[in-house]
Write a protein that binds this ligand. Structure first.
Ligand SMILES: Nc1nc2c(c(=O)[nH]1)N[C@H]1C(S)=C(S)[C@@H](COP(=O)(O)OP(=O)(O)OC[C@H]3O[C@@H](n4cnc5c(=O)[nH]c(N)nc54)[C@H](O)[C@@H]3O)O[C@H]1N2
Ligand SMILES: Nc1nc2c(c(=O)[nH]1)N[C@H]1C(S)=C(S)[C@@H](COP(=O)(O)OP(=O)(O)OC[C@H]3O[C@@H](n4cnc5c(=O)[nH]c(N)nc54)[C@H](O)[C@@H]3O)O[C@H]1N2
Ligand code: SF4
Ligand SMILES: [Mo]
Length: 752
């Protein structure tokens, strides 16, 4: 490995672009990182975050030993000691109150981490803990819900086929910053340019004229929260002008007539004022979409964590279907990843179609959706006394004190827990409340192969990266930490746990599940045969299995020329199996293997949208934004990424700045029903009037946080302004885009 000077190929684990990198190492330290031009997937693409993997690895603030808290003092302890403390604390709660008093919060890096992404499901299944919260309900829950109901899998998410489309309508996404989301594609902007240079068109719908909009033919500003109305009017136009062409989809779709009836009232004229988009523009977009062959509609975070996240996400699919663009090259397609992903399994309790609202949250009575309550319920479930009150919390790679609505309430609630255990690499705004922090390995100390992301990638490819540095002796990988925590939750003693045994249970359980699935490539095979053909443990064994049962795998001998993990490893720049191919009806997992166009759970929300169209427009709405050099809340501790101009600013249109007495560069006060913050204003006509924008992920100046660089670039937390009661009704997803706010100069607000 990495003692003398050496160069290592490595897939960047930081975002969905999955860029191939060349990492130079000398004397145990990471040196230059450059893009791997021969990577079959990213072909030399990179962003400024990829080059700081070494800074993350060597960050003195990154935890390398488990930490136990005593009052406000932290001390590093041995792993055995840390698990014993976790056992004592957790068992005390469970013995007295039962497992319902224990909640788990799963955060975003889970999706990008070799161990966590494969073992968080094992943790949930084996721990028997049912109070599950995640960053998913501030993110893509509406998409998960829509795809579960329409296509039968919560992760059966079609992706716009960027490289072959001739028209892209993109709503609520800014890949110039995010690099693509639920859309894995390196260099999205270059691909947008390519659409245009081959004669196609790109339209960006966003209240902000983003850097992505600069790569589009047309920027369409719209009032936050009204994407669903816009898309309804587009769909209505398609029907009204006899432009509905479901083509090849006709044989797979149920509910077309009902859809036409439901959306009839939503004419362009009926929605134009609420959307702030003129009716003729809406009609024109509908016609362009229907004339362009092929075309794709894509909606992301701005269409999800907003007032009508589910309706908007549903209508993205609906318009793709009505224009005949679902499952068509250049339209919106289902990936078929080289390595089979666990996320394609239906939850065991949802086999016969998804049941929703099976139980309700204790305090506000929110229905569960796909097994979760809105994360904004967490604070009240911790603080409101009574049976079922949450007394223990396990966080896994999450920073909800920054990332979730009503952040101040959660921050105040966490100290009331009797037990908090965090699997996390930093002592930050959330984990400072923990009793025990269990750090994972650095990404460079473990192999990498994305588990979920390939399920919505624009090509079917595969690439494996080996660890660059050996894991320090005695340090468990995160999959071992998760299995240990699961066993602790089940009443086992820390000293008695056999991780290997649990891992075998998990592996053979998965093998048995696929062997009994008539659609799998190992249908009817014996688990013993699979077991005999496999060795190793942990995520690598699972990965070998996933490759072998995948569409190009050897299926354990059924196709001897097929792929195994060893064969993937033999191609360090990756294996490319080409662009996406049509997958209907195989991609469908609905009980009748057909697409449900108008699920009742979703269409029941249309009256709420009707009421919004009647509502008087708010004066000023707050939306969120991302920056290329940030990653949610946790990369502000890298000097190279935070130096330069302050990025945590309130973007405001000059007319609004004038109207509210705010000047460029001066502090402004922003207030909402939930709270009030002070932040420098940045006056810019890139905002549409009536909408202001703040980045999320900032606010690092809290006591006890051990992030020396981030503390000097603290910024403010925009989730102090997001009322936790605001959720998209069908999904329970938080509304953090489109929050009514008041803005004024600091002086006014303080004297008033
Ligand atoms: N206002 C507003 N709020 C938002 C959003 C928004 O657009 N606006 N976006 C939402 C979205 S889309 C998301 S995904 C959420 C994110 O919400 P979270 O997932 O809660 O937040 P992150 O900032 O991603 O926090 C990641 C945590 O994981 C830790 N970590 C990083 N790498 C590793 C690792 O390898 N292993 C372990 N164990 N820990 C690790 C970090 O130290 C940090 O504590 O925020 C949401 N919140
Ligand atoms: N550099 C970087 N990359 C990231 C992340 C990061 O923090 N930094 N986070 C990662 C994560 S967890 C995710 S989920 C993805 C998200 O990836 P994207 O979905 O591309 O997210 P954003 O870049 O926040 O862009 C969202 C856009 O929606 C707009 N918007 C807000 N409200 C509305 C609305 O009501 N309607 C419409 N049409 N638009 C609206 C905003 O102005 C913004 O331009 O990015 C991922 N990649
Ligand atoms: S775009 Fe940047 S952060 Fe994302 S994978 Fe590539 S180098 Fe890493
Ligand atoms: Mo996210």
């Amino acid at each position: 490995m990495a003692d003398d000077a050496s160069v290592h190929l490595r897939t960047c684990p930081l975002c969905e672009a999955m860029c191939g990198l060349e990492v130079s190492v000398a004397n145990g330290r990471v040196g230059r990182i450059v893009p791997d031009a021969r990577d079959v997937w990213s072909r030399g693409y990179i962003c400024p975050k990829g080059v700081v993997l070494g800074d993350l690895h060597h960050d003195p603030d990154r935890l390398r030993a488990p930490m136990v808290r005593d009052g406000s003092e932290w001390k590093p302890v041995s792993w055995a000691e840390a698990f014993r403390v976790a056992e004592r604390k957790l068992h005390a709660v469970i013995e007295r109150e039962g497992k319902d008093a224990v909640a788990t919060y799963i955060g975003n890096p889970t999706a990008h981490n070799f161990s966590l992404s494969r073992y968080v499901g094992a943790f949930i299944a084996f721990s028997g803990l049912t109070q599950l919260y995640s960053a998913g309900t501030v993110d893509q829950w509406p998409k998960n819900l829509v795809c579960a109901l329409m296509y039968g899998g919560m992760w059966s998410i079609p992706v716009p086929d960027l490289d072959r489309t001739s028209y892209l309508l993109m709503l609520g996404a800014n890949p110039a910053a995010s690099q693509g989301s639920l859309l894995a594609a390196p260099d999205v902007l270059g691909r947008l340019d390519a659409i245009r240079s081959r004669g196609g068109k790109v339209v960006v719908v966003d209240p902000r004229r983003t850097a992505t909009a600069a790569h589009a033919d047309e920027w369409l500003p719209l009032r936050p929260g009204t994407d669903a109305a816009l898309l309804l009017a587009i769909a209505q136009t398609l029907f009204a002008e006899q432009r509905v062409r479901v083509d090849h989809l006709a044989a797979h779709v149920d509910g077309l007539a009902e859809l036409e009836r439901l959306i009839a009232p939503f004419t362009p004229e009926a929605v134009a004022e609420a959307c702030a988009v003129p009716a003729p523009t809406i009609r024109r977009i509908a016609r362009e979409l229907s004339d362009a062959r092929p075309a794709a509609v894509y909606g992301r975070i701005g269409t999800c964590n907003q007032e009508f996240g589910t309706l908007a996400s549903w209508l993205v699919e609906v318009v793709n279907i009505l224009t005949g663009n679902l499952d068509r090259p250049g339209g919106s397609m289902f990936a078929d990843p080289v390595a089979w992903s666990m996320i394609s399994l239906r939850p065991p309790d949802q086999i016969d179609g998804f049941q929703l609202g099976r139980w309700r949250s204790r305090v506000r009575g929110a229905p569960e959706v796909l097994g979760q309550y809105p994360v904004s319920c967490l604070a009240e479930e911790i603080t409101a006394p009574g049976a079922g009150q949450i007394k223990a919390l396990i966080t896994v790679a999450g920073n909800p004190v920054i990332s979730t609505p009503d952040a101040g309430k959660l921050d105040a609630a966490l100290p009331r827990l009797e037990c908090m255990i965090s699997v996390d690499n930093y002592l930050n705004e959330t984990t400072r409340h923990a009793d025990v922090i269990l750090p994972g390995l650095s990404p460079l100390e473990q192999p990498h192969y994305d588990e979920m992301i390939w399920s919505w990638a624009i090509r079917n490819a595969a690439k494996y990266s080996a660890a660059i540095f050996p894991p320090p002796p005695e340090r468990p990988a995160e999959w071992e930490i998760l299995l240990t925590l699961a066993a602790l939750a089940n009443g086992q003693r820390a000293d008695d746990i056999s991780v290997a045994q649990l891992d075998d249970m998990f592996f053979f359980g998965l093998a048995a599940t696929l062997a009994s699935d008539p659609h799998s490539r190992i249908a009817g095979r014996y688990v013993a045969e699979i077991a005999a053909a496999t060795d190793g443990r942990g995520p690598e064994r699972l990965l070998d299995f996933a490759v072998r049962v995948g569409p190009h795998g050897d299926a354990y001998g059924a196709d001897p020329a097929g792929l195994t993990l060893a064969r993937v490893q033999a191609e360090p720049h990756g294996i490319d199996k080409g662009p996406l191919a049509p997958r209907l009806p195989a991609a469908l997992q609905t009980p009748n293997r057909r697409i449900e166009l108008t699920p009742a759970w979703i269409s029941a929300d249309l009256p709420r949208l009707q009421r919004r169209l009647q509502r008087r427009a708010d004066d000023l709405l707050l939306v969120s934004r991302r920056h290329l050099r940030s990653n949610n809340s946790w990369m502000h501790n890298v000097e190279k990424l935070v130096r330069g101009r302050d990025r945590c600013t309130l973007l405001i249109h000059p007319d609004d700045a004038h109207r509210f007495g705010v000047t460029d560069g001066a502090p402004a006060r922003v207030s909402s029903e939930a709270g009030s913050i002070v932040v420098p204003a940045e006056v810019s006509d890139e905002m549409m009037p009536g909408v202001v924008s703040l980045p999320h992920g900032w606010g690092h100046d809290l006591d006890g946080v051990q992030l020396s660089v981030a503390a000097r670039h603290a910024g403010v937390n925009n989730n102090l302004l997001a009322p936790g009661t605001l959720v998209d009704v069908p999904s329970g997803n938080a509304i953090v885009n489109g929050i009514p706010v008041q803005v004024g100069p600091l002086s006014h607000a303080t004297s008033g």
